[in-house]
Structure formats: C-alpha cells, structure tokens
Write a protein that binds this ligand. Sequence first.
Ligand code: NAD
Ligand code: TYD
Length: 352
Amino acid sequence: MSRNILITGGAGFIGSHVVRHFLRNRPDYTILNLDLLTYAGNLENLKDVENQANYFFEKGDIGDAQKVKEILEKYQIDGIIHLAAESHVDRSISDPLVFVRTNLLGTANLLQCVKAYWKNDFKGKRFYHISTDEVYGSLEMDGSLFTEKTPYDPRSPYSASKAGSDHLVRAFYHTYGMPCVISNCSNNYGPNHFPEKLIPLIIHNILQQKPLPVYGAGANVRDWLYVTDHARAIELIFHEGVDGETYNIGGHNEITNLQLVEKICDLMDVKLRRPQGTNKALITFVKDRAGHDLRYAIDASKIETELGWRPEYTLDQGLELTIDWYLQNENWLQHVTSGAYQSYYETQYKTD
Ligand code: NAD
Ligand code: TYD
C-alpha cells in the first residue's frame, strides 16, 4: 500500500486539513505537499505541522509536466490525493479559463505524468481525485438527493471543469487500468476557510461590522460538512475505497443560505456580547449569482454502509467550533485580508 503520498493543493483549505490528518494518523508515511500557492494557498495553515520530519513542501503547478515528473521521482510517489484546484464558483463566472487550465488541463497533466512514472506497474498504487457534488447539477426543493448514479449536469464553469476532471480520471481507470478512485463532497466549512466563501465571509464581516451579502432571497440550499469529517472520509477512501468507484460524502445538514447566515449572526451576538439582533441587522440582499444552483444535497449511504464512515459533527457543533476558531485566530484572518500570508513562503521556505 502507498507510503509516499503526494497531496496536491495541500496549502488550501481542505488540503491543509488532509495533510494534518495524515501527518497525525500515519506517522510512517512521507507526505509531499505540491501547491502553486495561488491566492488560495496559505502555508500558515500548516504552521503547526510544517517541521515534522516526514512532511515536505514543493511550490509548483500541477500543469507543469517537468516539475511533476521531478517530484514523482524525487519522492518515489506511490499514492496521489489530488485536491489542487480553482474552487470558487464566483471566480469561475468572471474568469472561466483559469478553471479549465488548472482543474481540467492540470488534472490531465498530473494523470499523464503519474501514468508515465508508474510505467503500468500499478500494484499498491492509487490516484485519488477529490471532487464536488456540484458536478451533479442542481436539485429542486423536493427532498431528492444526489447519489453516485445521478447523471452529471454541471452548470457553472467551476463545476463543469470539475466534472471534466472526474471524467478524465475515470478514463484513465478504464483505458489504462490506472487505479483511481473519486469522491464527490458537499460544501465544506471550518477553520482556515478563505473568507471569499459564504461562512468565513459572514464571520469576517460580522467581526468588522460590515454588510453581510446574501445572494437573491437567500433561499438556495447547501448541505454543509465540517472539514475534519471530510478529511477522515478522505483517509478512509484512500485506504479502503475500491478502484473505479465513486463515493459521495455529505453531512445531512441542509439549510438555506439565509437561515445559515441568521444562525451565525445569532451565535456571534452571544459570543461578541452584542445585543440580540445586532448582527442580523447587517444582512443585505444583493444581486443573485448568475446561474445560481438552487439546491445541493447528498445521499451518503454508500460510504456509510460500505466503509463505515459517519460525520462526527452536526452543523450546530461545527459552526460553534468554526466561529471559535476565527475568534481565536484573528491574526490568520488579518494576514489573509492584508495579503501578508503570501510572503510566508519567501520567509520560511525559500533558500535561494
Ligand atoms: P482552496 O481554493 O482552498 O485550495 C486550493 C489549493 O490548490 C490552494 O492551496 C491553491 O494554491 C492550490 N492550487 C491552485 N491551482 C494550483 C495549481 N495549478 N497547481 C498546484 N496547486 C494549485 O480549495 P478547497 O476548498 O480546499 O478545495 C480543495 C479541493 O476540494 C478542490 O479540488 C475542490 O474542488 C474540492 N472540493 C471543495 C469543496 C468545498 O466546499 N470547498 C467541496 C467539495 C470538493
Ligand atoms: P459558496 O461558499 O461560494 O459555495 P458554493 O457556491 O460552492 O456553494 O456559496 C455558498 C452559498 O452561499 C451559495 O448558494 C452562494 C451563497 N453566497 C451568498 O449568498 N453570499 C456570498 O457572499 C457568497 C460568497 C455566497
């Protein structure tokens, strides 16, 4: 089984939790984090584990064949957990091509380099692609759920690029027999979440007493999963998942955006000792997102019954933990909003 693992996108939100999870639970593994450090990459996310002897960081692009080849050989990689991606739907609407370049072409390059490096000797090897439930499209408000058999119907440039990368991974499995597995997860939240996404943006704006932008009427539904529950699922699928299979991951935590924002407002009124209703008064309804998917919801019964995974945290528990983390780590938030986090690599890692 794999021991030298390449985690791509390990400086991002979910990737950093996956890196930490593996370093804590698999001390006998070598973990190599390959990350381009785009605006979303933040090595401060990994400050607590960066000095561990079995952890290595390489700055590089998954689309750079030379770089990928070099590190596959240098670290003798036998397992890949691929998270590197452009991940924000709103950015994909204003700049779709970078999503095609990273998510589609980058994944294709990674697959091609890995196939060449493994030279068809796939024993004990695994390529694991971390994907999203957004590839399945949008659900009506009718209680239906995405299963692994739901046909792909991506609607944003982000989800289209992720759907394309899922198809490429499956194509490498079917065509070349490369051992691949995919999981499609619902919306994550938790510590280290970049404050362009809904939950950390709302927390940040409440702290700053700024308007809380809610798209449209706030009636869209998302199914939220606490990020460490996702990291646990990833470790499980990496080890126990079946090649060629897909696993949906979700927390059974459906809520409308407005209800979610109101919940955060109420919790933070208490934590910040503000009179009840202070934060809710900041809610501002703004122009809706173009092509805004109405509802996502996951049927996670396959991973539950076949692999025995269950989320540990309810939405209320996860939100408490998340808000507490942001309150205790205002420095992290301040570095992200000021841009200071982007010089961490130069000061801590760069030797030339
Ligand atoms: P993120 O935007 O926080 O992190 C992405 C990371 O990838 C960053 O560190 C960035 O620097 C790196 N990266 C970007 N382009 C790169 C490139 N060309 N080469 C190397 N590294 C590059 O994203 P996230 O929210 O942590 O999501 C991680 C993965 O999980 C993505 O593949 C995403 O599609 C998937 N996913 C996310 C969610 C979610 O709710 N955030 C849900 C399901 C699946
Ligand atoms: P987001 O966190 O961007 O995740 P995704 O688009 O991948 O689901 O958005 C979550 C939901 O919140 C989505 O329905 C869009 C909405 N939203 C707002 O209402 N206001 C905001 O400022 C943002 C960023 C998102």
